[in-house]
Every structure is written in C-alpha cells, then in structure tokens.
Design a protein around this ligand. Structure first.
Ligand code: SF4
Ligand SMILES: [Zn+2]
Ligand SMILES: [Zn+2]
Length: 308
C-alpha cells in the first residue's frame, strides 16, 4: 500500500506520522527547535557534546542553524577516549564537519587528562583485578571531563544528543538495578542542577526516536562513519535495547507511551523528592570536586586502575 505525506507526495519515512523527505526533515528540525526554545534563555553559551555519530551530528547542525541571529554562542566538545579504529574515524569526520560549518571544536583526550587511553586502561584491567565494565569506566571519566571542560569554558548548558531510545534504555537499566536516585537525575534537564560546579545538562532529542535520527543522518550526512564502539557488546544496554525493540514490534507505540508516562508522571515526583532530600556535597579529598563521598567516583576508579 502506498502511503502519502500530508503534501500528497509519496512518504518515505513511515514513523508515527508518514512524511516525504522534505517534510520529514522539517518535522525533525521543528521538533528539536521546540525543545530548544523551551529551555534556552538569552545570552547563553551552549556546549554541544558530540561524538561524530548520527545523533550528535544532527543535533549540532540543528542547533548551529537555530542560534543564527540569536544572542547565543555555541561550541562543540568531543571526548577522545582513545579507542583505535573507532574514535579516530569519527574525529576525522567531526573535524571536517565543524570546519565546514565554522563551529569551534574542542577535543579533550583521556590520554592527556586521565593519563591513559581507554584501550590501554581496558588492557590492564584484568591484571589489576578490576571488574568494572568498559562503558562504566568510559562514562565516568567522560562525564567528569565534559563537565570540567565546559565549566572552564563558561558554558551555561551542555547539550547531549540522547534520543528517546537511549533515555528509555537508561531508564530500564536503572529500574533493573533498582537505582531510583539515578533516575531522578535524568530527563530533558538532568545532572545536578543546583550546584555551581555542575553545568546543567540538556537533552533536546529526548523524545526523538532513534530510527528518525538514523533516517535524517542518512539523508543529510552520507559520509558519516558507521562504525560501532568495539566495547559496546560488554554493555547491559545491548540486551535492554533488544528488549525494548521487541516490545515495540509486538505493541507499536510502546516507546512513545512509556516516554510520556516517564516524563509526565514518573520524573516530576522523583525530582521533587530528590530535591527535598537536600543532599549535601563535600569536596573529594583528592581532586576537590564536589562529591557525596570522601573520595569521588572518578578518583576511586583512577586509584583502582593505578592512574593515581
Ligand atoms: S560504547 Fe561504552 S566504551 Fe564505547 S564509547 Fe560508548 S560508553 Fe565508551
Ligand atoms: Zn510532504
Ligand atoms: Zn575526586
């Protein structure tokens, strides 16, 4: 059966609403711009966390167009974890993309800031008796580096390209491990929002399906490298992703409905109760960054991995 876009042309994107290529691109841009308009104020400096992948390239491109003629500054920030044959490729693409679009790009490397590449850290993990998963190590250092760097560069918000599928996977992973306090730090505005040491984290793609971003990237960025991180298969995320995709194919629109319940009914009371707990943060006794513990997670991990 031929499905048409509302303009009468043949639809090539058969998502929640069928669109022709031109209206599909317009719809995605407008969806993201609506989120941006809700949370970005005047005279802000926005850092866009990018990886050279489809989602963050689309976000960077859309934000870059949106800030034109507005009193806003942007720059892109990419963490080079040191993953051979993967990050090298995406960084090459990113450097070309940013230079073409005239966007300032900051690259922060694990090797320089943490003292080793992720590849080397993971190689030495077994000898050191560390069982922490690759993505936990990577994510802990990456979050820390992004926050420290964008704070140093006076960004008022850091934008992440987490899409609907990413956010739901994180939600389910936290549900499976009972990590409710982590859930309260998620949502479109996340992280610790009431402490000056933490730059507010904003996810404008939170309700955009991964499939839509993949289609958008295919249409707009044909040279995008499509390699996958070699450590991804270690992550519990892969299983949760399959589970949610199966659920969606059995019961179409499940992801959309879960996201609606999550944003409207689950997150607000969780955020409110986390706020009432009035959590106190001390200084980590090693790095002096704020932490709820004597030694922060980053320093603890560095100690375990003999990086300090
Ligand atoms: S898949 Fe895991 S190890 Fe690879 S870049 Fe992502 S968080 Fe890091
Ligand atoms: Zn159309
Ligand atoms: Zn520390």
């Amino acid at each position: 059966m031929v499905v048409n876009c509302h303009c009468g042309s043949r639809a090539s994107f058969l998502g929640e609403v069928p669109f022709c290529p031109a209206h599909f691109q317009l719809w995605l841009k407008e969806t993201v711009e609506t989120e941006l308009g809700k949370f970005i104020g005047k005279k802000e400096t926005l850092a866009i966390a990018v990886s050279g992948g489809k989602d963050s390239t689309a976000l960077l491109d859309i934000v870059n167009d949106w800030v034109k003629n507005k009193d806003l500054k942007i720059f892109a920030i990419c963490i080079d974890e040191g993953i051979k044959n993967y990050r090298d490729e995406s960084l090459k693409f990113l450097r070309r993309f940013c230079s073409k679009k005239n966007i300032e790009l900051k690259v922060v490397s694990f090797e320089k800031e943490i003292g080793s590449t992720l590849d080397k850290i993971l190689e030495s993990r077994t000898d050191l008796g560390v069982e922490t998963k690759a993505c936990t190590i990577c994510g802990t250092f990456r979050r820390y580096l992004i926050n420290a760097k964008v704070r140093e560069l006076d960004a008022t918000k850091v934008l992440f390209a987490h899409n609907r599928d990413d956010e739901l996977q994180t939600l389910f992973m936290n549900l499976f491990t009972g990590n409710v306090s982590q859930i309260s730090t998620k949502g479109e505005i996340g992280g610790i929002t009431d402490h000056s040491a933490f730059v507010v984290r904003f996810k404008p793609l939170i309700d955009v399906p991964e499939k839509a971003l993949a289609t958008y990237a295919l249409m707009k960025y044909p040279n995008l490298p499509d390699s996958e991180c070699p450590y991804l298969e270690e992550s519990a995320r892969v299983g949760v992703r399959h589970f949610l995709n199966r659920l969606e194919s059995d019961k179409p629109n499940s992801k959309k409905k879960i996201m609606k319940t999550y944003r409207e009914k689950l997150l607000p009371p969780l955020k409110e109760s986390a706020h009432l707990l009035n959590r106190t943060l001390n200084e980590c006794e090693i790095c002096k960054e704020p932490s709820s513990r004597l030694v922060c997670k980053v320093c603890e991990l560095k100690k375990d991995l003999k990086l300090i």
